[in-house]
Write a protein that binds this ligand. Sequence first.
Ligand SMILES: Cc1cc2nc3c(=O)[nH]c(=O)nc-3n(C[C@H](O)[C@H](O)[C@H](O)COP(=O)(O)OP(=O)(O)OC[C@H]3O[C@@H](n4cnc5c(N)ncnc54)[C@H](O)[C@@H]3O)c2cc1C
Ligand SMILES: *[C@@H]1O[C@H](CO)[C@@H](O)[C@H](O)[C@H]1NC(C)=O
Ligand SMILES: *[C@@H]1O[C@H](CO)[C@@H](O)[C@H](O)[C@H]1NC(C)=O
Ligand SMILES: *[C@@H]1O[C@H](CO)[C@@H](O)[C@H](O)[C@H]1NC(C)=O
Ligand SMILES: *[C@@H]1O[C@H](CO)[C@@H](O)[C@H](O)[C@H]1NC(C)=O
Length: 501
Amino acid sequence: MVWTLFLRYVVTLASTFLVLGDPDSAQLDGAPPSKIAIIGAGIGGTATAHFLRQHFGPEVRIDVFEKGAVGGRLATVTVNHQDYEAGGSIIHSLNLHMQDFVKQLGLKYRKSVAGKTAVFNGEEFILEETDWYLLDLFRLWWRYGISFIRLQMWVEEIMEKFMRIYKYQAHGYAFSSVEELLHSLGGTGFCNMTRRSLTESLLELGVSQRFIEEVIAPIMRVNYGQNISIPAFVGAVSLAGAQANIWAVEGGNKLVCSGLLKLAKANLMKARVTTVSLHTAGESNLYQLDFTSPTEKGTEFYEIVVVATPLETGVEPGISFHNFEPPLPEITGSYHQTVASIVHGYLNCSYFGFPDPKLFPFTSVLTTDSPGLFFNSAASICPVNISTGFRRKQPQEAGIYKVFSQRPLVKEDLKILFKSYYSVQVTNWQAYPHYGSMQGLPPVILHDHLYYLNSIEWAASAMEMSSVAAKNIALLAYHRWNRQLEMIDQKDLMHKIKTEL
Ligand SMILES: Cc1cc2nc3c(=O)[nH]c(=O)nc-3n(C[C@H](O)[C@H](O)[C@H](O)COP(=O)(O)OP(=O)(O)OC[C@H]3O[C@@H](n4cnc5c(N)ncnc54)[C@H](O)[C@@H]3O)c2cc1C
Ligand SMILES: *[C@@H]1O[C@H](CO)[C@@H](O)[C@H](O)[C@H]1NC(C)=O
Ligand SMILES: *[C@@H]1O[C@H](CO)[C@@H](O)[C@H](O)[C@H]1NC(C)=O
Ligand SMILES: *[C@@H]1O[C@H](CO)[C@@H](O)[C@H](O)[C@H]1NC(C)=O
Ligand SMILES: *[C@@H]1O[C@H](CO)[C@@H](O)[C@H](O)[C@H]1NC(C)=O
């Protein structure tokens, strides 16, 4: 596929216009666009391809550019003939788009294998999960008073409001910005939650400082590698993910991405897009994409383009935008580095205060935000394919552990955490926004028919958030193409949807 496109590189701009016809008249007589490009084949880009196909029908050509591997931040590494998730790993049971994809693609759920979690402060465990859920509840109650119940109610209320998005999207409503989307779900309260810190919101709620430091901070560290100063909205998403009822995809979460590409009948273009330039022909616009692969360079023209990869500085190498007048809004902010080290070896249980590894009862160790701690979390992990009869390795056996840290682990770090090890595989992620660098939510509409999916990550970064943004952009692109502006940014949707029935 890519090769035929490279041959067409010689095609001049003029003849490209001839091939496409006059896009403006096409738009006015209701004809669909003929070519759409998506930059990035992670869950966001592949879900966008799927939803665009649903809305624009079978004729439009959809090209998905990917410079690396399909899946993006959903990726696996192989240890001892088994694959393990190195990036995005857990999915909440109420993530309805992800659930729908798995169903449509005929993929299977991988339930998490039971295991106990504990919180380590660098010297000792300050919080331990026991076998018995009720006992845990009493223990938390005793230690933190009312905090725990208040927190649970807060997260539930936010989730309930967030779930409205599925209804709005099923009725075809789209939003022109992340603010509009959040506002329709939870009013100014939701928008404010992207600016206020999690600590501030929780303290106001009456959650104790101690609970925040000992329970909330470790959850933020494992999920987003950041502290409790992150915004309340992403904090709530992170807490929802810490509840029960989580799952993953059998065979690896990235199978959803390759599956969606096929389902959408999209063309995978294995190349890196370097430049997006605007070409104005009469009243209408075309976007020129320049791209390179290790061996070739190419150019193609599109009527609609969706950028489905972070544009923030530091996520290198970036895409440059040419000929836009006025210039496109600048995307500021940076991404947070999280290093995932998958270690095959023997955990050093002594370090955690258990000289006899047979007595070490935990599978996941979270950590508090204490100075000197060089890792965010360490957990025994399961392969992406779990056969019947699978059991976790005991701490006295060699096992597979995933360690998250902010900086790459050096030999000395590994020697503290592990008695000995056979292998270490390191993935250095530009993982999610560095929320402390936020200067407002980036735009979704960059130009008439040029969209930015990853702006949603500044509200919260998760597979489901990218999927929600994908559906929104497909609807938005469709309505804007067909000038159905009444389907965009409608107010009072709760009421409207009730009366539409
Ligand atoms: C360590 C880690 C743990 C996480 N854990 C979870 C979790 O448990 N649950 C959860 O829901 N989420 C989790 N997340 C977040 C989740 O993985 C991301 O929010 C989600 O995968 C983002 O998908 P995306 O498609 O928007 O972006 P990406 O997956 O980043 O996709 C962008 C793609 O674009 C490609 N690309 C970039 N530039 C170009 C270019 N110029 N030309 C062509 N292609 C380009 C990239 O190679 C990449 O494949 C985690 C993330 C990390 C890093
Ligand atoms: C959100 O913030 C604005 C401005 O600070 C305020 O007027 C509004 O009442 C807040 N909304 C909620 C629900 O707290
Ligand atoms: C959280 O981290 C940021 C840097 O990302 C730092 O500026 C801030 O002081 C930290 N807050 C706390 C409460 O530790
Ligand atoms: C893992 O699971 C996937 C999805 O069910 C399947 O396609 C694949 O063949 C499995 N791989 C192994 C090694 O069992
Ligand atoms: C394991 O932890 C203990 C206690 O912190 C430490 O003395 C030892 O050096 C660590 N490493 C190994 C390889 O045992």
